[in-house]
Design a binder for this molecule. Structure first.
Ligand code: ADP
Length: 274
């Protein structure tokens, strides 16, 4: 069983001058118990997760996770295999519903959405229009060209084919792939394909980009190039990046690392990186 998250601090005890004379000579009053409520999401949070629990049969993939991700932050999620990293990413992104708990996108703003209260169709729309995804593999369609793969993401978010194609071309050129725009994914190197994946994730100008081992299949040099582009196209433009990785070097490029163990956050470290 997990411990419940740290409770919100309760109201402070009355200051000494407000207490009766008799009380002031007695033992200090017992602390007021904290109310049983989740902490309020910070105003500047892009994402606020509260008390997330997800079980698969007897396995507790998430055992009560609270997490605020400020807007514009790069966050690495680390932890041993099976600790719940991918499940947390999928729940934050509205791909998997938790058994209990909530995920708020842009809390305390006009764009606020309780991701966990949406219908499946609404969650699909949210993912297409407000989130971007870069996974190790699987999101790019091998039978389409690089340009088509990127344009499809824009069309799914509502752009016309002409606009989507023009934007795809521009994103691919910006990521150094102008000459490869008309190649199929299978004709590209791993690093080139991941740059296409970055373009695909960014073309809709998403608020949050989710990445799951985005450089897991790349050599260290190519990995650094792709990570640099991922950070440039997200946090350098005020967007938020949430990235699952098992690689300390990759995590070190992020401003913050959260470590999971047995479905719980066990460490939360900020560093000077962007
Ligand atoms: P990580 O990404 O840290 O390796 P996961 O989030 O993939 O961890 O998995 C956490 C736990 O939940 C593991 O024990 C895993 O086997 C289990 N799990 C994850 N997804 C499923 C699923 N779809 N069905 C059954 N068990 C799952």
């Amino acid at each position: 069983m997990s411990e419940s998250p740290a409770p919100h601090p309760g109201p402070r005890p009355a200051p000494p001058h407000a207490q009766s004379h008799a009380q002031s000579h007695a033992q200090p009053p017992a602390p007021v118990p904290a109310p049983l409520q989740a902490p309020a999401p910070a105003a500047e949070a892009a994402l606020a997760a509260r008390a997330l629990v997800k079980e698969y049969g007897p396995t507790r993939a998430l055992a009560g996770v609270d997490l605020d991700v400020p807007r514009g932050q790069s966050l690495a999620i680390m932890g041993p295999s099976g600790s719940g990293k991918s499940t947390l990413l999928h729940v934050l992104a509205g791909m998997v519903l938790p058994d209990s708990g909530a995920v708020h996108l842009q809390p305390n703003t006009p764009g606020h959405v309780d991701v966990t209260s949406l219908t499946p169709d609404q969650r699909t729309r949210l993912r297409r229009e407000r989130f971007g995804f870069v996974f190790q593999q699987g999101l790019l369609l091998p039978e389409l060209t690089a340009e088509e793969n990127v344009a499809v993401a824009a069309m799914l978010a509502g752009a016309s084919r002409a606009r989507a194609t023009a934007a795809a071309r521009s994103w691919l050129a910006g990521l150094g792939l102008a000459e490869h725009a008309h190649k199929r994914i299978g004709q590209l190197s791993g690093g080139q394909a991941q740059r296409v994946a970055v373009a695909r994730a960014q073309i809709t100008e998403p608020e949050v980009v989710f990445a799951d081992e985005p450089t897991g299949a790349l050599d260290s040099h190519t990995s650094a190039v792709v990570l640099g582009l991922l950070l440039e196209t997200t946090v350098d433009r005020g967007r938020t990046l949430v990235m699952v990785t098992h690689d300390e070097t990759v995590a070190a490029t992020c401003a913050r690392t959260v470590r999971l163990s047995d479905g719980l956050v066990v460490a939360d470290t900020a560093r000077g990186a962007r």
